[in-house]
Design a protein around this ligand. Sequence first.
Ligand SMILES: [Zn+2]
Length: 270
Amino acid sequence: MATPIFGICHLCGVHKRLSFEHVPPRAAFNTNPILRSSFERVVMNEDLDDLQGKIQQRGSGAYTLCGKCNSDTGAWYADSYVKWAEQAMRLLMAARGQPSLEYPFHLYPLRVLKQIVCMFFSVNNPRFQQAQPDLVRFVLNREVRQIPPDVRIYAFYMLSNRMRSSGASSSIQGFGTGNSKLHVFSEIAFAPFGFVMTLGDMLPPQPNLVDISGFTQYGYRDWRTGISMKLPVMSIYTAFPGDYRTRSQTLADLAANKAYEASLKSGLTE
Ligand SMILES: [Zn+2]
């Protein structure tokens, strides 16, 4: 038997024995071993194709929820999320990663949204539940349909064998351009989806992400066929949350930066 792990449950906030919470649910393509790498490790590595880290055999996730929160949310929402992910994966495969049309999904919208919010609690610090009591209620009570008005959830497609997740943090985009914007958000990207949760009425890191917060208009038992959505396909090559450049864009930027640094150096020595 493995040593029990105790800590603060990221949802109910009680100090208890914690259970392993898969993010996303196991059945949503999250059964393979993953290479766990820290953000710092990835950022420090010059060769962005060379990922180093620790193999985690049981898929992506962590000891974040107590047994009750894990089994309740699993029983209420996980299967609905899995069914939606299966439809999106089929669509992405059929369109070779480039779906260009609106696609009608069949889903329990509220359950899917609650599963996504639950995943955001797992990737955030356990103190996040203290700061967001209404969002906790949204997840721990099946019927609740309100999320705080300053919180929005956005979705996109992501077809990559890489994944990344980050708790709420702020990023400044366009720093030094005179047009910089502050974004406070949390992000989870695991094929076929990526999600961004913005906090404090902030804009998402990309304007074309699709806002799915409106899933709250449905009830727990509302099954909908043909909800049309056209989600953008984003790339997540680097470890930076909100960075949607492709591998070739990232490497081209890196090469341009190096050339610029080299030109500065040669300018100094002349
Ligand atoms: Zn709990």
